[in-house]
Design a protein around this ligand. Structure first.
Ligand SMILES: [Zn+2]
Length: 250
């Protein structure tokens, strides 16, 4: 079977467009964005990229008004694909923000890959990011605290059609996933490219794409976006509505 990528919508997050998506414009505009996880499969192996966001009650603590509709939890979405959580042997995390690693303890048989810098920061975040990482210091419980991760640092070829590469900026140890398909190279960007609008030129600033509003390092963020766009034939964003245009890629 050819390599396929299935986007899995795990819920909706309410956020300020200018603060998160399009830095420099859209401030004060409240929008609702999907929280994507992805299943990559060649028919033999099932690889999950992120486990998505949490249930409504917890999501609302992070971003008020966010919600996870019935049937959108990661295990329910996999079930719709005919997969049980036990059948997932590999999970690749783009990063460890709350909306990308919820329900991780459900995956008892999975080997979990994360960038070393991301794990270090997630376990001991800056006060500005306590909530993003569900830190106990914010009275929350992170899902990743007791996980024995496989850490990577730098480019890593997982197999002959999946490769990880560092894309820091949104957070310290963000990584993206390059997937070779019969119709070109897809990059699952995670939040290194937040939404579809970030792929459009920034006319006001005369830039080839629109930098995001939320980052720990603006220069790394810009360089990572440029790297992804240059490398990819197709970009799958972390929170873009456009991802939902197809049920399966390519
Ligand atoms: Zn996110």
């Amino acid at each position: 079977m050819e390599v396929r990528i299935y986007p899995l919508n795990t819920g909706f997050i309410k956020l300020d467009k200018g603060v998160y998506v399009t830095g420099g414009r859209g401030y004060g505009e409240e929008i609702e964005v999907p929280a994507w996880a992805f299943l990559i499969t060649d028919g033999k192996e099932n690889i999950l990229v992120d486990t998505g966001m949490s249930a409504t009650e917890n999501a609302d603590r992070h971003h008020p008004g966010s919600y996870q509709p019935e049937g959108f939890r990661i295990d329910a979405q996999l079930k719709k694909m005919g997969l049980e959580v036990e059948e997932i042997n590999t999970i690749i995390f783009t990063h460890l923000h709350w909306d990308h690693c919820a329900n991780l303890p459900l995956f008892r048989n999975a080997r979990c890959y994360v960038h070393a810098a991301e794990l270090a920061f997630a376990l001991d975040p800056h006060i500005l990011y306590y909530k993003s990482y569900s830190s106990p210091k914010a009275g929350m419980t992170p899902t990743f605290a007791d996980v024995a991760f496989q850490t990577v640092a730098g480019e890593y070829a997982y197999n002959d059609f999946v490769a990880l590469f560092p894309t820091p900026g949104h957070c310290p140890g963000h990584q993206s996933v390059a997937v070779k398909t019969a119709k070109g190279l897809y990059v699952i960007a995670g939040d290194a490219v937040f939404a579809d609008e970030n792929l459009q030129p920034d006319v006001h600033r005369n830039l080839p794409f629109t930098p995001m509003g939320r980052f720990v390092n603006v220069f790394d963020m810009y360089a990572s976006m440029a790297k992804i766009i240059q490398r990819a034939d197709h970009v799958l964003t972390g929170h873009g509505r456009g991802v939902g245009r197809q049920a399966v890629y390519p």
